[in-house]
Write a protein that binds this ligand. Structure first.
Ligand SMILES: [Zn+2]
Length: 93
């Protein structure tokens, strides 16, 4: 079964392998890969997927950055304490 255009429903023959325009309605068709399965999606869906992927990525980067920052702060704090610049605070955190 060949996939159909997500806009007008015309069967894409030959099946789309990469982004292209529908030969019938001329709308840009994107390929969404999920494992071995390929679905044809509209530009809107594609951009939505892209936005979500980007958001996910940003979240990951941000949480990684926060962790790093925390580690650096801890390290700096320890060094300050070691150098006698700070008095170790007990009982907090
Ligand atoms: Zn079409």
């Amino acid at each position: 079964m060949n996939p159909e255009c997500p806009y007008c429903g015309v069967v894409q023959d030959p099946p789309a392998q990469r982004k292209r325009k529908c030969h019938d309605c001329g709308q840009p068709i994107h390929i969404h890969r999920e494992g071995d399965r390929r679905t044809l999606i509209t530009e809107q869906q594609y951009e939505k997927n892209l936005r979500e992927a980007r958001k996910r990525h940003q979240r990951e980067v941000k949480s990684g950055f926060r962790r790093e920052l925390r580690e650096m702060q801890n390290l700096a704090l320890r060094e300050c304490v070691g150098l006698g610049l700070l008095v170790s605070v007990s009982g907090s955190g």
